[in-house]
Ligand binder design. Structure first.
Ligand code: FE2
Ligand code: FE2
Length: 327
């Protein structure tokens, strides 16, 4: 009988949970799988896996709460999209090109070669190659080859919550702590870091509230619209009226967050480190830049895809009729 490894995630220290699961997943050969046990729904991990590894795995709930969640995660067989070539990896995430470039690997003409072929040819271990590629992934959440223009809006809402709201919530406390520490230690010689801490603390407060509004008011309504389109079930009239009202507010808040991040970029002269920068200083600037990149992607998904499509969906005649009949 086949034995499958079980990883009890609930006993792993929080900051090591996801890295441990990723390590386990990366060690799987095509067709192999493992099972995770957890004390809450590990859905955020599903979206993180899609974001960072692409759709190269299957995800099956063996038990779905309410006390324990068991999920079987399997790496798909080569025929199902595994054994990615260098070209595919770069196409999926162009930033990975820099890893191949640095190692002197031709990702354009040699793009049809797989990672294991490259590893043999260049005498670089597959683990080293994967670690270098992963370090690019973990620096910024990527789209993992998803065509966001084609996904359903309920999926997109969940993706935004899990990948981007999750990222913001996870990183705010760490960046705040670092910013305050750097301001305390270096504020005398570099007064701009005191201002950076102030502006970031405003961003943190504003964004937390902003995301809650999206999660509690706007996104559930967008999901209702998707459901109405799918089932014909009428949409209840909301106190805010049309979807354009909360969207307008969200867009103004995005603009404010964007301006605040521009202010930080200007204060730090584009995250340029002074010669006396210590480790915390260096990490702070790195994290701020990563945070800015993530927010750009996050806001792009909302402003350019989710919001205009939600407005269009609401305007569709069947839903409009349902809205009217509720008035
Ligand atoms: Fe958002
Ligand atoms: Fe937003």
């Amino acid at each position: 009988m086949e034995t499958i490894d079980i990883l009890n995630v609930s006993v792993i220290e929080p900051r090591f949970k996801h890295p441990t699961i990723f390590l386990k997943f990366d060690s799987l050969l095509p067709g192999e799988s493992f099972i995770i046990h957890n004390d809450h729904d590990p859905k955020p991990l599903y979206y993180q896996l899609i974001a960072e590894r692409g759709q190269i795995f299957t995800w099956d709930y063996l038990e779905n709460g309410p006390e324990i969640w068991k999920v079987k995660i399997a790496r798909k067989n080569s025929g199902e999209g595994e054994e990615e070539t260098i070209g595919e990896i770069v196409t999926r995430d162009f930033r990975k090109a820099q890893v191949f470039k640095k190692l002197g690997i031709d990702f354009c003409c040699g793009g049809k070669k797989t990672l294991s072929e490259i590893s043999k040819k260049k005498g670089i271990s597959i683990e080293k190659l994967k670690a270098d590629l992963d370090s690019v992934s973990s620096a910024e959440i990527t789209s993992g080859g998803l065509d966001f223009d084609k996904v359903k809006l309920d999926f997109l809402s969940d993706y935004v919550i899990n990948a981007h709201h999750g990222y913001v919530r996870e990183n705010i406390p760490f960046i705040l702590e670092l910013a305050n520490k750097v301001a305390r230690v270096h504020g005398v010689n570099h007064p701009e870091v005191v201002k950076v801490a102030e502006v970031f603390s405003r961003i943190a407060k504003d964004l937390s509230l902003h995301m809650t509004k999206e999660e509690v008011i706007l996104f559930p309504y967008i999901k209702e619209l998707v459901n109405a389109e799918r089932t014909g079930i009428q949409v209840d009239l909301k106190s805010f009226g049309s979807v354009t009202s909360p969207i307008h507010v969200m867009e103004m808040e995005h603009e404010q967050a964007g301006e605040d991040l521009v202010e930080i970029r200007e204060l730090t002269s584009g995250y340029a480190l002074p010669v006396d920068a210590c480790n915390s200083y260096t990490i702070l600037y790195k994290k701020l830049e990563e945070f800015e990149n993530d927010l750009h992607k996050h806001v792009h998904l909302e402003n350019n895809i989710l919001f205009p499509k939600a407005i269009k969906l609401e305007k569709q005649s069947s839903i409009k009729a349902a809205l009217k009949s509720n008035k």
